[in-house]
Each structure stands twice: as structure tokens, then as C-alpha cells.
Design a protein around this ligand. Structure first.
Ligand SMILES: O=C(O)CCC(=O)C(=O)O
Ligand SMILES: [Fe+2]
Length: 209
């Protein structure tokens, strides 16, 4: 798997899943029971005016070192295909999320749906994570539909911890994967009115220390 774009904070990979796996994940996606993220206590990065994103149940590729009962791969859900593909390419992701076993022990995978008007405010995926991934699984995305992932550039060398105030964007193209370091401050622009009933559908996960 070769990156379409990369810098020190994130990398973009296109044609992530095979055609069959993508279709399977997307078809299964629409059967997933989902909840509004604001109704889930654990979600803290979403702000009151981020709209109404939905999330399904996460699975983990392996048991969590911090314990706790988590649903594991293989789950029998179509999302298994994403876990497999991430496992298979874990070595490629080392520059951004570190090494399996030394830096991280396991990762999650959670389906998310962002309907028109929803987005995600600026944040870092820090705390007990080395980084994250997100795979876009909707069948179509147009520029006018918005919902770009924004990634802020690193603040100038020797500068304070202040935010740089500039950076890059990634359009959520179908079957695109983005791998993001926990150092990277990022946000999702809201899904535009022009998207109508088309939702931004993703499988996102975190690499846990
Ligand atoms: O969906 C994306 O593009 C990024 C998701 C994200 O930043 C998160 O869930 O923490
Ligand atoms: Fe994030």
C-alpha cells in the first residue's frame, strides 16, 4: 500500500479495501444499529453545535491491556474487513502511529455516520492513543458536499505550543484511508446542505497504548 500523500502528521492511502470488501462494509453499514454520539458518555470531543453524528458499536482487534470487556475481532460484522486490512498494513503505518507491541497494543474500529449539518470540532486524539485511522466507506462524495478532514500543520520549530493556524485538508473520497498521529490537531468541516440525504460514512479507530 502506497501513500497518495504523507507528511510527518498524517498519511492518505487510496483504494484501501478491495471492491468486494468495500461493498460488503457499505452494505453492512446500513444495517448497523447506531446511536447519536452525544448520547454516549464516553465521547468528549463532540461539541453541542457539531450537529448529530451517529456511531455504531466498536470492535477491537485484540484485548485491551487496560482490561475491560470489549467486543473482539472477529465479530461476524462486515467491519471485520477493515480490522483485517489495518492489521495487514500495520507496518506501513508506523511513522504515524508507532509500532505494534511496543507503542500500541490494540486498536478499535467504530462505524460513524455524519448527516448533513454535522462535523467535529478541532481536537487531538491524544490521551492513551498513539494515533488513529479513518476509512471512508460511502459510495460517492462530491466536493460540494463538504465534510473535509482538516489537519493543522505542526507549529513552527522552536515556537511555543501555540496552534500553527494553517494546514491541509483531505476530501473524504470513497475507499480512502487516512492515518493520523496523535500529535495532529484536526477537525471535520460540517457536511454541506448540498449533500442532501447523503451521509459521510466512515470506520474510525484508535491505536491504544
Ligand atoms: O472522520 C474523520 O475524518 C476523522 C475522525 C476523527 O477525527 C475522530 O473520530 O476522532
Ligand atoms: Fe480525531
Amino acid at each position: 500500500m502506497k501513500a497518495t500523500f504523507q507528511n510527518e502528521l498524517f498519511a492518505v492511502f487510496d483504494d484501501f479495501l478491495s471492491r468486494d470488501a468495500l461493498d460488503q462494509v457499505w452494505n453492512g453499514f446500513r444495517e448497523e444499529p447506531m446511536q447519536y454520539v452525544k448520547s454516549r458518555a464516553a465521547v468528549r470531543v463532540f461539541r453541542p453545535l457539531d450537529g448529530e453524528p451517529l456511531a455504531g458499536k466498536p470492535i477491537f482487534n485484540a484485548p485491551r491491556s487496560s482490561g475491560g470487556d470489549v467486543p473482539l475481532y472477529p465479530s461476524g460484522r462486515p467491519i471485520d474487513a477493515v480490522v483485517e486490512a489495518i492489521e495487514g498494513a500495520a507496518g506501513t503505518f508506523e511513522p504515524w502511529v508507532g509500532r505494534k507491541g511496543t507503542d500500541w497494543t490494540c486498536f478499535s474500529a467504530t462505524p460513524f455516520m455524519y448527516p448533513m449539518g454535522s462535523g467535529l470540532s478541532w481536537h487531538r486524539d491524544s490521551r492513551d492513543r498513539t494515533g488513529s485511522f479513518v476509512a471512508y466507506v460511502h459510495p460517492e462524495w462530491r466536493d460540494s458536499w463538504g465534510a473535509e478532514l482538516l489537519v493543522e500543520s505542526a507549529a513552527a520549530e522552536g515556537g511555543s505550543a501555540a496552534n500553527a493556524g494553517w494546514g491541509q485538508y483531505v476530501t473524504p473520497m470513497p475507499n480512502r484511508l487516512v492515518v493520523i498521529s496523535s500529535q495532529a490537531r484536526h477537525a471535520i468541516k460540517k457536511v454541506d446542505l448540498q449533500a442532501g440525504e447523503n451521509c459521510r460514512a466512515s470506520i474510525a479507530g484508535f491505536f491504544q497504548k
